[in-house]
Ligand binder design. Structure first.
Ligand code: GRF
Length: 214
């Protein structure tokens, strides 16, 4: 059984998609051990509590320095003894030490088809604003392992979403979540939980039979 920590900062719709997929059996061999937020007001914490999942808040604001926060955060995470860390809208830069210690054990969801509209400054609505400004006809979402860069880690799954002529950043964001993020994040977790994902030379290989979108 793969033990998950889900890290959140906001509404937690991706967390909800994971909870629902575990409940419905579309994710197997995995359970959420803990939800951690940097934001005490994140609705994601309520979603966790409603499902009887341990919900913690640890914020850089509680510490005198970034180093002190990084150390406390990593200690807290290590104490939870999880196998996989899932970033589901977590807006805090991860401690470098954590990336080292959890190599290929941290995944993130990004709301575009990487390498488009990603990297520093591309988060939240800004991603969708940039996609609309460029006039792309297709966008989507990407689940990837986290490395030291911003959105540069090995790509696990991607799903494309059509852009509508009258889209606003908000309508596009919503469609990307519904059609892509809430689909590929649970799917990536299920693949990892069932031993179907391996990383070689910075590229992900998914075992035959489980790598097509459905
Ligand atoms: C999502 O759009 C995700 O791609 C991004 O942050 C947002 C989180 O939304 N990284 P939610 O908190 O899961 O509703």
């Amino acid at each position: 059984m793969l033990k998950l920590a889900v890290l959140v900062s906001g509404g937690g719709t991706n967390l909800q998609a994971i909870i629902d997929a575990i409940d419905s059996g579309s994710i197997t061999n995995a359970g959420i051990s803990v939800v951690i937020s940097n934001n005490p007001n994140a609705y994601a914490l309520e979603r966790a509590k409603k499902h009887g999942i341990t919900a913690l808040c640890i914020s850089p604001k509680q510490f005198e320095s970034r180093e002190a926060f990084n150390q406390a955060f990593l200690e807290q995470l290590n104490a939870c003894q999880v196998d996989l860390v899932v970033l589901a809208g977590f807006l805090v830069v991860l401690p470098e030490q954590m990336i080292k210690e959890y190599r290929n054990r941290i995944i993130n969801i990004h709301p575009s088809l990487i390498p488009s509209f990603c990297g520093k400054g591309f988060y939240g609505l800004k991603v969708h604003e940039a996609a609309l400004a460029r006039g792309v006809k297709l966008t989507g979402a990407t689940v990837h392992f986290v490395d030291e860069g911003t959105d540069t880690g090995p790509i696990i799954l991607q799903k494309a979403v059509e852009v509508a002529p009258d889209d606003t950043p908000e309508t596009l964001q919503r469609r990307v979540m519904e059609q892509a993020e809430w689909v590929i994040m649970p799917k990536a977790i299920d693949l990892i939980a069932n031993g179907k994902v391996s990383v070689t030379d910075g590229r992900v290989r998914i075992e035959e039979g489980r790598n097509s979108e459905s």
